[in-house]
Design a protein around this ligand. Structure first.
Ligand SMILES: Cc1ncc(C[n+]2csc(CCOP(=O)(O)OP(=O)(O)O)c2C)c(N)n1
Length: 661
């Protein structure tokens, strides 16, 4: 082992982290300095990776869950030969740089996921380890074309956050033995010592989850490598390697202090640290030993990649069918072989049920589609009936059982999507989307094609009462940039919504689906499915012809209601058009001409949506009649709630007549 080279590289990490943070006048030097040796041996000794082939599907994944320590990752990517220059490092935290404050997926080659919100990275890594196992089950023979580890570096903050507990609990249950988490136990967070708020025995907790737990010293290089060997030998459990460390190790006067967590050390202390480390004061100086250490690794990495390519070619020859399936799996999604279900006009069905029909109809032809629910599959209709459960002893299963862990679920599906080779979906009641909102936000930020099946999308859940009845959730979900929220109005629109969700490649989609039955209505627009790309279409044209006097704009279950309202209006209804708007965001982005043609300025507009009105004025105008719900729901049969909240055809027709007169 090249102990000197490793030490030299660790010094380089410390220097780059200190200097970049000092130059930016902001950032977190403590963690990179405290974990410098670990980082170097991760990138130099432990990870199976090839900086020139950063997309290699069988690379080990490394997740820096403690994303504030981004300078650790950036300096290692730079030193080990990823396309991240010293200039990039000097631009740390600057606008448009490849070295933003926290690692951002898609911005920096070699960054496997966006981290910063603590705990998310651990859940992502669990998802990656699940993906590795699923793909291994689908493709491996005696030749293992998918066979890699997922490593994580997590800090005290990650361990405190609930999402890591949820995800780690599931990882233990599933026996994800190729998941190895390093816990940087420096016992320091922002406010001071962990003694202030965190005194549990983390290792014991992980043992209870079913993990192998190991412990060592963050500066004992040989010791760490031995622990990693032990972790890799374990075949039934994930491993937690707790490493005792010192924040800002190397700084003579500040090591161990919480003041190094998230602020520059200051010019003086930087100079003192460099002196202690025996390096020149010159900023961003990289000792030659660090460069030659990583240079010496390049040929070995390339050889590893060539060996895998040879294995892959041999495997392809022996398994032409598997190879074909592989090529399809990693090509852009082709839905031409998927047989979507059809429904009849007049048929009544809850959109959650239609969604289940879609999933099951296409599952065989879209093998990358995997997912499940947070214990609500029978209600969410998300079970793939012909495919088994994914379990420790059943890696070929496609049904995930996430348990009652919405936040963990959200982070895990992000990791599954990030890994590649899978198109994951997950499900819960829409009201509980709040429990996973931070992960949804990250999926949107990372542009991941994850699909959320949110059923029971309104107060018409009924008897379960206001705790289970979303009212502000549609607005809250629509507020997340790059999340597409689709609220189909009947079974046919549900099919179209699924198509749109599946075809989306640059972000997540949330499907808002009903518990209650809806009637499949006759579509006034023969190109309605195509027009869903514009977010809305004419569900039913005014009988009178010409420009409508009244436009009823509705989403989801309220389109059925709008059609009833028009009938209840009698002769006034003849001049009314009904517009179905499955996606408000897409409508707002549609050409103005199209928007105007659907909702002419001259008409009185009535909006029907069983949720708060927030955001609708921009779509239907301030003068529109808002048939919305600005309060919590009630516990009662759905029909009673509808009456109580004025969501009956008669009540709405009455309001409209009032406006018309
Ligand atoms: C969900 C979330 N809450 C709060 C923060 C703000 N924050 C960033 S780092 C940190 C302390 C983390 O402490 P630790 O993991 O021990 O990191 P270290 O001090 O070792 O760098 C906090 C509270 C965050 N990034 N994410």
């Amino acid at each position: 082992m090249q102990t000197e080279g490793i030490q030299s590289a660790a010094t380089a990490v410390r220097v780059l982290a200190m200097d970049a943070v000092q130059k930016a006048k902001s950032g977190h030097p403590g963690l990179p300095m405290g974990c410098a040796e670990l980082g170097v041996i991760l990138y130099g000794e432990i990870l199976k990776h090839v900086p020139q082939e950063p997309q290699w599907i069988n690379r080990d994944r490394f997740v820096l869950s403690a994303g504030h320590g981004s300078m650790l990752l950036y300096s290692l990517l730079h030193l080990s030969g990823y396309p991240l220059s010293l200039e990039d490092i000097k631009n740390f935290r600057q606008l448009g740089s490849k070295t933003p404050g926290h690692p951002e997926y898609g911005r920096t080659v070699g960054v496997e996921t966006t981290t910063g919100p603590l705990g998310q990275g651990i859940a992502n890594a669990v998802g990656m380890a699940i993906a590795e196992r699923m793909l291994g089950a689908a493709f491996n023979t005696d030749k293992k074309v998918i066979d890699h580890y997922t490593y994580v570096l997590a800090g005290d903050g990650d361990m405190m956050e609930g999402i890591s507990a949820e995800a780690s609990s599931l990882a233990g249950h599933l026996g994800l033995s190729k998941l190895i988490v390093f816990y940087d136990s420096n016992r320091i967070t922002i406010e001071g010592s962990t003694n202030l708020a965190f005194s549990e025995d983390v290792s014991k907790r992980y043992q209870a989850y079913g993990w192998q737990t190991l412990e060592g010293d963050a500066y004992d290089i040989e010791g760490i490598l031995k622990l990693v060997e032990t972790a890799r030998r374990e075949s039934a459990r994930p491993s937690l390697i707790l490493l005792h460390s010192t924040i800002a190790k190397g700084s003579p006067n500040m090591a161990g202090s919480h003041e190094t967590h998230g602020a520059p050390l200051g010019e003086e202390e930087v100079a003192a640290t460099k002196k202690a480390l025996g390096v020149p004061e010159e900023p961003f100086h990289i000792p030659e030993g660090a460069l030659s250490y990583f240079r010496s690794k390049q040929e070995g990495w390339k050889q590893t990649y060539r060996s895998w390519q040879e294995l892959f070619e041999a495997w392809s020859k022996e398994n032409p069918e598997k190879r074909k399936a592989w090529d399809r799996r990693f090509a852009p999604l082709d839905l031409s072989r998927a047989a979507f279900p059809t429904f009849k006009e007049g048929e009544t069905m809850a959109t959650r049920k239609a969604s289940g029909a879609v999933l099951n109809a296409i599952a065989a032809s879209v093998p990358q589609l995997v997912g499940g629910s947070a214990d609500l599959a029978p209600s969410n209709n998300t079970l793939l009936k012909d495919f088994g459960n994914f379990q420790a002893d059943a890696p070929e299963g496609r049904n995930m059982h996430f348990g009652i862990r919405e936040h963990g679920m959200g982070g895990i599906v992000n990791g599954m999507a990030l890994h590649g080779g899978l198109l994951p979906y997950c499900a819960t009641f829409m009201v509980f989307s709040d429990y996973m909102r931070p992960s949804i936000r990250l999926a949107a930020l990372m542009q991941l094609p994850v699909i959320y099946v949110f059923t029971h999308d309104s107060v018409f859940v009924g008897e379960d009462g206001p705790t289970h009845e979303p009212v502000e959730h549609l607005a809250a979900l629509r507020a997340i940039p790059n999340l597409l929220v689709l609220r189909p109005a009947d079974a046919e629109e549900t099919v179209q919504a699924w198509r749109m969700a599946l075809e989306r490649t640059d972000g997540p989609t949330a499907l808002a689906l009903t518990r209650q039955n809806l009637t499949v209505f006759s579509k006034g627009d023969s190109k309605w499915a195509e027009h869903c790309a514009y977010g809305a279409y004419i569900a039913s044209e005014a009988a009178s012809g010409g420009d409508p006097q009244l436009v009823l704009v509705a989403t989801g279950s309220e389109v059925n209601l709008a059609l009833e309202v028009r009938a209840a209006l009698g002769s006034a209804g003849e001049k009314a058009r009904v517009v179905s708007m499955p996606c408000r965001e897409l409508f707002l982005r549609a050409p103005q001409e199209y928007r105007r043609s659907l909702i002419p300025d001259s008409a009185l507009v009535v909006l029907l949506e069983s949720g708060i009105s927030q955001g609708w004025a921009a779509v239907v105008g301030r003068d529109a009649e808002m048939v919305t719900i600005e309060r919590f729901g009630e516990s009662a049969p759905a029909a009673k709630i509808a009456e109580h909240l004025g969501f009956t055809a008669q009540a709405v027709a009455q309001r409209i007549k009032g406006r018309l007169s």
